[in-house]
Write a protein that binds this ligand. Structure first.
Ligand code: ADP
Ligand code: MG
Length: 700
């Protein structure tokens, strides 16, 4: 029998005062069980593993952390005669006969089913494997809604009822992974729910009236009411926020001991820069610059996040910051997550820097050994004022003569660990940029160790991009529209579908698609193609030709997601847009609408019946707003689905259970608890894992 919990400390803990000693948690985690690969669960073979992998689920623990996006509402059990309107109901029926047919790519299965009161036609879409199971005489439970054709089935049970039960979980999924499979796999994983141990001290559980973590996991996946599910979710959210706060506190403490050199006030070079720019900086840009200048004047290294929607003009602010280093006789580094993006940044700033007499080096892994040595030498001697490269390259290989400022683009791809690693070696001032903004108050909590600047409004002459969603059958119209833009002298992007497989497979698919378009929809137009497998020189040549207008259309993989800036490009078609994540679509769309001209984004998807619920929500979100902040919030709500591995966010922003808007009180509580629990062994492994994952992702 475990000892009676010491309730004496309870009162103390509802505040932030820690007791003298924390009593140990009683459940000892059986480390390892949750880290087992999903294949160890019954029913998971290579095919299911692959599909789960696309949802970011690799381990048993990941299965448990895959939060249902909603639960089936309670539905009344009815007889066929009692069905009414389009009210959801559960039927207990027997199959008379079943048949299947196709309409395009849509597979339609129809079964005539009966109960004591009548007969009705039940339909399923795209579940061909089910046909063999619906022999005459089979007993079924069906959940769904009557419609004018009969009964549209949303879930069913043959034998034991689980899927049609009230509050059955509905998971984020991809179109080819059935809810039934996810539910079965989760059911199996729940057997290990206790192996994660109990990370919170008993006094906290008591004072905050929290269920045990293991019970919370069970109730999250198998609630008996919406309220129970919500209580479970909040318990898990608190764990996750607490882990985050503990990690942030650790990083902040480590950084406080660092010193940077303060930079002298803004001088001539940045004044000339303002003159050389082809536009005047907006008020929003100037505000961000003022905040940065204040940071640079201090001897604590700047750690600032610059948020701003795609196209809001962050690059101009970034270059200003780099030039502040150069005018102080020191150096700046601009780090991007990918080589393509590094190159794009280089092209963008090279011209301006040449006018200013500032030498810029591009450091990519595709340089020859000799070129690279030469470039490194120039950076090490201080001849180069600004170095541009991937963060991995700059962090690992390059010695700077005197690095004063580092700009890290696409902050969300890096975790806490890189940020710290960069600062530890050299203590430069660091500006992080992200185009996946989250509301400022939330950013302050989620990126608790960063100051936040926001470019809240884009340059004034922009018109919001018009976005339309069309299904495949009408893609011809999309191309007609695109050709009209080309005929008016504008340029266009066509984004290829995400295909499964390696970068090489993707590259080949893009090449094939470009060739096909040259033959058909875009015959007679000058069409180029870029993807991740091109040699640097080829990619430069193609991008260069496109920005000079020598190519009219750029067919591309998501390598164009960030960084390309061709204001004359006014229309984009995204093929199989339902496969992309929301943040990704928003980034892609940001490639158009960069000039004063009205721009368009056409999202082509598969047939509506073939799409998952959240794919539909994503596409609807895209057509309903162009505001990145709003989309970021929507994304947080729908998240989990369609995130291909690699595109997944990591580290700090990877909150699985938290609903940032609804859980502000939990955020506050997590901060309090983190202060009280700091240095104690609670959640130690989770914190390590978070910091470790951040490191791992940054290096990939
Ligand atoms: P972001 O990096 O935030 O997506 P960019 O810095 O690439 O945006 O800027 C998008 C486009 O807006 C570029 O073509 C850039 O030259 C232009 N731009 C930036 N600042 C201004 C401004 N103040 N006025 C007009 N155009 C601007
Ligand atoms: Mg940019």
């Amino acid at each position: 029998m475990p000892a009676t919990p010491t309730t004496r400390q309870l009162a103390g803990f509802t505040g932030v005062d820690p007791p003298g000693r924390w009593p140990p948690t009683r459940t000892i985690p059986r480390a390892g069980a949750l880290e087992q690969p999903v294949e160890t669960l019954p029913g998971v073979g290579p095919a299911v593993r692959r599909k789960l992998g696309r949802l970011g689920i690799a381990t048993v623990g990941d299965v448990l952390a895959h939060r249902p996006r909603r639960y089936e509402s309670p539905a009344e059990e009815r007889t066929i005669a009692e069905l009414f309107g389009d009210e959801e109901a559960v039927l207990d029926v027997v199959v008379r006969r079943a048949s299947a047919r196709r309409r395009g790519r849509l597979h339609i299965l129809t079964a005539h089913v009966t109960d004591a009161t009548g007969e009705i036609r039940a339909t399923w879409f795209n579940q061909p494997w089910l046909e063999g199971k619906l022999a005459a005489g089979t007993r079924l439970r069906l959940r769904g809604k009557p419609n004018r054709f009969g009964f549209q089935v949303s879930s069913y049970d043959i034998g034991d009822a689980a899927e049609t039960a009230d509050f059955a979980p509905v998971y984020p999924s991809t179109a080819d992974l059935a809810q039934k499979t996810l539910r079965t796999v989760t059911e199996a994983a729940l057997g290990f729910a206790r192996d994660g141990g109990e990370p919170l001290p008993a006094v906290v559980r008591a004072s905050d009236q929290l269920p045990l973590r293991a019970d919370a996991l069970v109730r999250l996946h198998r609630p008996r009411s919406d309220a129970e599910a919500e209580r479970a979710r909040r318990r898990l959210a608190l764990d996750e926020l607490l882990t985050l706060q503990l990690a942030l506190r650790r990083r902040t403490a480590e950084r406080e001991v660092l010193v940077a050199e303060a930079l002298p006030p803004p001088a001539e070079l940045v004044a000339t820069y303002r003159d050389v720019l082809p536009f005047t900086l907006t008020a929003a840009q100037d505000r961000a610059i003022a905040e940065i200048d204040a940071d640079l004047a201090r001897t604590t290294p700047m750690q600032r996040l610059l948020q701003g929607d795609v196209g809001s003009g962050k690059t101009a602010v970034a270059l200003y910051t780099l030039l502040r280093a150069v005018e102080a006789g020191r150096q700046g580094a601009l780090m991007a997550p990918t080589e393509t993006l590094a190159e794009q940044h280089f092209f963008t700033i090279e011209g301006l820097c040449a006018e200013l007499g500032v030498r810029v080096a591009l450091l990519t892994s595709s340089l020859t050994a000799r070129e690279r040595r030469a470039a490194h030498q120039l950076v090490a001697s201080g001849d180069v004022g600004i170095a541009v490269g991937t963060h991995a390259l700059i962090q690992r290989e390059v010695e700077f003569a005197d690095l004063a400022v580092a700009v890290v683009d696409e902050q969300h791809r890096f975790g806490v660990e890189q940020r710290a690693a960069l600062a530890e070696g050299r203590s430069p001032h660091v500006l992080h940029m992200t185009a996946t903004p989250i509301p400022r108050t939330l950013a302050l909590t989620v990126y608790g160790d960063l100051a936040v600047s926001e470019i809240s409004a884009p340059p004034a002459d922009r018109k919001p991009i018009k976005t339309a969603w069309v299904t495949e059958e009408r893609s011809a119209e999309a191309y007609t529209r695109l050709r009209r833009h080309l005929d008016d002298g504008r340029q266009a992007y066509v984004v290829c579908p995400l295909v499964e497989g390696s970068e090489t497979t993707l590259a080949r698919a893009a090449e094939d698609e470009a060739a096909r378009l040259r033959e058909h929809e875009l015959a007679g137009y000058r069409v180029g193609c870029v993807h991740g497998r091109l040699k640097t020189a080829e990619r430069r040549a193609t991008m260069g030709a496109f920005s000079r207008g020598e190519l009219e259309v750029l067919v591309a993989t998501t390598v164009i997601e960030v960084g390309i800036d061709v204001p004359n490009a006014t229309i984009m078609i995204v093929q199989e847009a339902d496969r992309f994540g929301l943040a990704q679509l928003h980034q892609l769309r940001g490639r158009v609408g960069r000039g004063a001209e009205q721009s368009f984004c056409l999202l082509v998807s598969r047939h509506r019946d073939e799409l998952s619920e959240s794919a539909i929500e994503r596409l609807e979100a895209m057509t309903s707003t162009t505001d990145g902040f709003e989309l970021a919030e929507r994304d947080l709500e729908i998240r989990g689905e369609g995130q291909l591995v690699g595109a997944r966010q990591s580290g700090l922003t990877d909150l699985r259970f938290t609903r940032l808007r609804a859980d502000r009180d939990l955020l506050e509580r997590a901060k309090e608890l983190a202060a009280a629990l700091e240095g104690e062994p609670f959640l130690h492994d989770e914190v390590e894992r978070l910091l470790g994952e951040a490191e791992h992702v940054g290096e990939s």
